[in-house]
Design a protein around this ligand. Structure first.
Ligand SMILES: [Zn+2]
Length: 202
């Protein structure tokens, strides 16, 4: 059962905060109403002592719970791939919170799996480690800022979550084949005359 790897307090916090990234990872049922929901459901937060957690919609229904009409947890189940789903959620999490100082352990705690399992499954599904994926997200955002903003390269480096210029430049060069400055100059040359002077002034 997928969700039993997760701690109950993590699941409960996800329910209270209506966290969509846990949809499909687990379900919760409310004993007093016999209705079960996805974590993201906006219905009133139940009392903790009335809540049961389930790894699948099927399991909740077998236990006598009916699907909530609002969040339709029964529909999600049809497209639910237990591993693909939580891996996608890790990707979405990193795409959203790439500025945070992630470590593998912290990420694993957040998702509720072991660091070993996270590293192995993420790589199996995406072909990259979580760190490589995160660097890709950060470099993409840095490319956008280099092209569309006047921010200094050092500021961009920290803005997108890198801890220093060396790791930033190494990751940037690995993924683009050039330095951040070369990338900015290249993009500026592609733009109309108004931007030409920016490059010369730097
Ligand atoms: Zn619901």
């Amino acid at each position: 059962m997928t969700c039993m790897r997760m701690r109950a307090d993590i699941m409960w916090n996800a329910v209270v905060a209506c966290r969509a990234e846990y949809d499909g990872v687990f379900y919760y049922g409310v004993r007093t109403t016999c209705i079960f929901c996805r974590p993201s459901c906006r219905s009133k937060t139940p009392k903790r002592e009335n809540v049961d957690f389930f790894a699948s919609a099927r399991e909740a229904m077998e236990r006598g719970y009916r699907p909530c009409k609002r969040c339709r947890p029964d529909l999600l189940e049809a497209v639910y791939d237990p591993n693909g789903k939580w891996i996608r959620e890790v990707q979405e999490l990193l795409e959203r919170e790439y500025r945070d100082p992630w470590t593998l352990d912290r990420l694993a705690r957040r998702v509720g799996v072991s660091a070993f399992h996270l590293q192995r499954m993420f790589k199996k599904y995406t072909g990259a480690s979580p760190k490589q994926f995160l660097n890709r997200v950060r470099v993409e955002e840095a490319k956008r800022l280099l092209a569309d903003s006047d921010k200094k390269i050092t500021a961009i480096c920290y803005d997108v979550g890198f801890t220093g210029l060396t790791p930033f430049c190494t990751a940037f060069r690995r993924l683009t084949g050039m330095s951040p400055r070369a990338y900015r100059n290249l993009r500026l040359r592609e733009r109309p005359d108004e931007n030409r002077n920016r490059q010369l002034q730097e």
